[in-house]
Design a binder for this molecule. Structure first.
Ligand code: ADP
Ligand code: MG
Length: 728
């Protein structure tokens, strides 16, 4: 083992688990660092509290004097907890979170000073944001961007900073972040779903979309990561021979959590609890050193913020425990990758989950209405849904025979398939009393019973119904959930609006009763969206062929997948719902396609660097040792030496050939990159990076990995898969 690797490994093996302070009862610390309802009631005047609640629940405006009151109370609360700074916290289109801290501290000019935080500082800020990606929006309009307070996501304290969740928009009004379109989509789905829910219950006033994410990640010792420039630069290993053992024995999944990792998790849970993030589940995942963290689900906007926040907190807590968290979708070739399942549902302000079957036939008809409409929405927009989770990093997962394929399909289980099949047979127009009774008793009425024993769970489906929610499984572990959540809630909103107007038309023009109209529309939807339903093995080759026959898209890489994002159909969808306008849509496309290019570019450069500056020099060193050995043998044995040096000679030749292959591979790849960089059009450039640059990585890696097997372990400078994956 090389000295470098030895020290890294020794450091990590020698580390005792970092001690974690005795844990407080979680329910006692939950939300302690959040300016939530309990704190608000304690710190705000009645007037300010009422105004803030109206802003949160109805989107009402908060006037200036009230904003001053709220800001001042927030400051008092925060300062009592040792806070000195505040920041507007937002999610620019880099996907990460952004913050710029300002002190409460101010001087008064007469030598005196005080701590101040006023309404205008709470409500709006202008970050010097010229270097956030904007897809040309701000250049085109020469406008600046500002951040504006989002009262629906509560302020929180991290470290000694008061963080205020905000949206980030250009002065010309275009969204420059992930949150703004999400809030608009959630608003659209609220209105559309409330209208439909009122068919069943006139008292419903609001429908909320919920999100429960499941975050997968790898936890790798920091010292080992430091020996891997590829992980440092790209978040994944660009080379490395697979280890003799990885996950074949299935011995890690749900196994005992290693002590160091467990201490990290406990520490992380405490931090999460303080921040009001209701983390609930922790367990080992399929691959060695892979884990999962999942919270109790929340309102979608808050859940998105909490996921972004927790990813940030995880990295900070990991640092304390000498770990690095790898969020990359595929950090290690040949072992399981990481995803972030998005569990999604809709529920009313009367406490009803619209995707859960109820106790009466009428509530089950409501369930079926939302269930079938969601399926139809996915059917009609499968390509856009696929695009919502497209990224250079997720490309390694989708379709790579472990994660859901790049084909979107909906799994609903055998029982519900049967229900839909029966609904397909409902008579057109008015229903006879006998048919109604039959539907009530034998189809709709049976749903709660059948769901109870509906235990079939298909793990290979990209979008699966799991009893009282849908689970979007194709989301990548690095993703900001706002992206898929914006698409999902938008397409369902569009679908529910169309459904309502079709059903209303049948009631008005054909004189159908409400439930007859609903049955009639659902029947047609089931027929037209049948192609998206798939109960089989999503990983199989048969499905690829079958999906093609069905006309489903199968966009295997990001440049292909993103195209639909600027399709006229997509623009019409978003503009119709006021989720995004054409400028915002095109800007996002531009940013995402550019990001794709950058990622492949960085990977290419890093791979070239490691191959030339780490692998080849090591190979040469080892080859020289062999050459010396052969020379020595020749001295001893004279012309007979070949008999004793045959293996060495083969090795020497093999190493030379591999060095030559790596060198020419890197040259070819560098030239392909240079050529791609001359292309101005980003869409074309991305396609070239995808089809002509990226494929060249494989051959370089292949020879590097072969050398890893040949070369003396003592010389090899990069931590090996065995060490990265099995050091606990
Ligand atoms: P899995 O088998 O995929 O791990 P779990 O049942 O453990 O599924 O996790 C389900 C996730 O779904 C949890 O994060 C949970 O909070 C979330 N969830 C449960 N009900 C809802 C709902 N109504 N809306 C959104 N998410 C939900
Ligand atoms: Mg899941």
């Amino acid at each position: 083992m090389s000295t470098l690797r030895f020290h890294a490994l020794k450091q990590s093996l020698d580390r005792p688990p970092t001690l974690v302070a005795k844990e407080a009862k979680q329910s006692e610390i939950f939300g302690a660092n959040v300016f939530g309802f309990k704190t608000m009631r304690q710190f705000l005047t009645k007037e300010a509290l009422n105004s803030l609640m109206l802003a949160i629940n109805k989107g009402d405006k908060i006037n200036r004097p009230i904003a001053d009151q709220i800001a001042s109370s927030m400051k008092d609360w925060a300062m009592a907890k040792g806070v000195t700074h505040y920041t507007h916290w937002f999610q620019p289109l880099t996907g990460a979170t952004a913050e710029k801290h300002d002190a409460f501290f101010e001087t008064l000019g007469n030598g005196e000073s005080l701590e101040r935080f006023e309404g205008n500082q709470l409500v709006q800020q202008e970050p010097d944001a010229s270097s956030f990606p904007n897809g040309g929006i701000r250049n085109t309009f020469e406008a600046r961007g500002y951040t504006a307070w989002d009262p629906t996501s509560p302020a929180f304290i991290f470290g000694t900073t008061l963080c205020i969740p905000t949206v980030f928009v250009a002065y010309t009004g275009e969204a420059l972040d992930y949150k703004t379109p999400l809030l608009r989509a959630l608003n659209a789905v609220d209105h559309a779903a409330t209208d439909v829910a009122r068919y069943f219950d006139k008292t419903v006033k609001k429908v909320t979309a919920s999100l429960g994410w499941e975050q997968e990640y790898f936890l790798i010792d920091k010292a080992l990561v430091a020996s891997r420039p590829d992980i440092e630069m790209t978040g994944r290993t660009l080379l490395g021979h697979s280890s003799a053992k990885d996950q074949q024995l299935d011995d890690h999944y749900f196994g005992t959590i290693p002590a160091r990792a467990l201490n990290f998790m406990r520490d992380l849970e405490t931090e999460s609890m303080l921040l009001g993030i209701p983390v609930k589940t922790r367990h080992n995942e399929v691959a060695p050193n892979q884990f999962e963290l999942a919270p109790i689900y929340e309102e979608a906007n808050l859940a998105v913020d909490h996921n972004s926040l927790v990813m940030d907190v995880m990295q900070k807590v990991a640092d304390r425990h000498h770990f690095k968290v790898l969020f990359h979708e595929k950090p290690f070739a040949g072992v399981n990758g990481s995803g972030k399942h998005n569990n999604w549902s809709l529920s009313t302000d009367t406490g009803i989950n619209l995707l859960a079957p109820g106790k009466t036939p009428m509530s089950n008809l409501q369930f079926l209405t939302f269930f079938v409409n969601t399926i139809k929405a996915v059917h009609d927009n499968e390509e856009l849904l696929r695009a919502s989770i497209a990224s250079a990093t997720n490309d390694h997962r989708l379709g790579a025979n472990e994660a859901p394929p790049a084909i979107m399909s909906v799994f609903i289980g055998a029982q519900l398939s049967k229900v839909l099949h029966e609904l397909e047979g409902v008579t057109k127009g008015k229903l006879s009393p006998e048919e109604k009774t039959d539907l009530k008793l034998n189809v709709v009425g049976k749903i709660p019973e059948i769901l109870l024993d509906n235990t079939d769970r298909n793990r290979t489906s990209s979008f699966a119904f799991t009893g009282n929610k849908f689970e979007f499984r194709a989301v990548g572990s690095t993703a900001n959930c706002a992206n898929p959540m914006t698409v999902l809630n938008s397409i369902v909103a569009r679908q529910l609006i169309d459904f309502k107007s079709e059903a209303d038309a049948l009631i008005a023009t054909k004189g159908l009763k409400k439930d007859e109209a609903i049955f009639n529309v659902l029947r047609e939807y089931i027929k037209t969206s049948r192609n998206i339903l798939f109960e089989g093995n999503g990983y199989g080759d048969d499905w690829q062929a079958e999906a093609e026959k069905r006309g489903l898209s199968n966009n295997k890489n990001t440049p292909e997948a993103l195209k639909i994002k600027i399709d006229p159909k997509t623009i019409a969808l978003y503009e119709g719902l006021n989720v995004m306008n054409k400028v915002e849509i095109e800007a996002r496309y531009e940013i995402e396609i550019e990001e794709y290019v950058h990622i492949i570019q960085i990977e290419g450069r890093t791979l070239g660097d490691i191959a030339r500056n780490h692998v080849i020099p090591t190979a040469v060193k080892y080859q020289n040792i062999l050459i010396d050995n052969v020379k020595g043998l020749k001295d001893i044995f004279g012309k007979d030496f070949k008999k004793y040096a045959s293996e060495q000679l083969v090795l020497i030749a093999d190493i030379s050939q591999r060095i030559e292959a790596i060198n020419s591979g890197v040259t070819t790849m560098t030239n392909a990159r240079k050529k791609a960089n001359t292309v101005k059009d980003t869409t074309k450039k991305a396609a070239i990076y995808c089809n002509q640059v990226k494929p060249l990585f494989d051959d370089i890696r292949y020879h590097c990995d072969k050398l890893e097997l040949l070369i003396d372990d003592e010389l090899w400078p990069l931590a090996k898969y065995r060490e990265l994956l099995f050091t606990k």
